[in-house]
Each structure stands twice: as C-alpha cells, then as structure tokens.
Design a protein around this ligand. Sequence first.
Ligand code: FES
Length: 142
Amino acid sequence: MAESDKAGSDAPDGQAGGGREFIRVARSGQVPEGWVRRFYAGEVELCVARLRGKVYATTNYCSHLDCLLSAGKLVDDGIGCSCHGSVFDLETGEAVYPPATEPIRTFPVQETSGEIFVGIAPGDAGRSGPRRRPRVAGPGAS
Ligand code: FES
C-alpha cells in the first residue's frame, strides 16, 4: 500500500530534512491518552503529551514565566500551564489562552512499533530551554 510505504520511508532514528534527527524518547505506553510527561531527546527537555490518540512534543517551558508544561494538564484546546492558566495549541505552539502571548516551540513526532521518536534539529538544545536565565551577580555585587 502506498500509505504504509510512505510511513515506512520515514524511518525513525534517521535523518530528516535540515539535519533533523528523530531520537527515541519513550515507549508508547509511557504516554497514555490524556497524559503529559517530561522526556529528554539528548539535551533537549520536552513536554510529551497524547491528546485524542496523537502524540505531541513541545519545549517543556511555558513562554509566560517558564513554568514546566509537563506539570500542566491537557484541555480541549491543547496543553494548559499549571502556573497561570495559559493554554498552547499542541500542533502549532500558539498561545490560545492568556496570560502567555508568545508561542512555545513544537517538534515533529513519529510513533512507530510502540516507540515515540522526536525530530531534533541541530541547535535545538540551545533554543528550547527556559527563556529566563538565573541571575548572575554583576560587578559590585557582594
Ligand atoms: S508560567 Fe505558564 S502561564 Fe505563567
């Protein structure tokens, strides 16, 4: 069948466009329907969720004030942040409910043979962490 042939050509653990590599992050059973969990793809910290049967992967940091999205809950519209109630579309990362206004990063997911793979591009590790960094004491600080 053409459809299964096409799926088979998207071999996990392979290179995709732009140097993106699909990395195994979990077994399918570790992300049941309606669950949100934290996993890592190399150095990239991810929020991985299953909503209406489909698995999604986003950065684990809310674009509002960096709360962990893996501590949030799934709602009809996507992933809800547990800190102040922002909701993000899991497909696009768009903030669909305030106070967040900026989108979160999303990553392509492949689920095959009971395993979940997330596509990570070069440089994703440096762009997927918290936006706010710990304060470093400046000159004159004691
Ligand atoms: S940190 Fe997520 S809504 Fe404020």
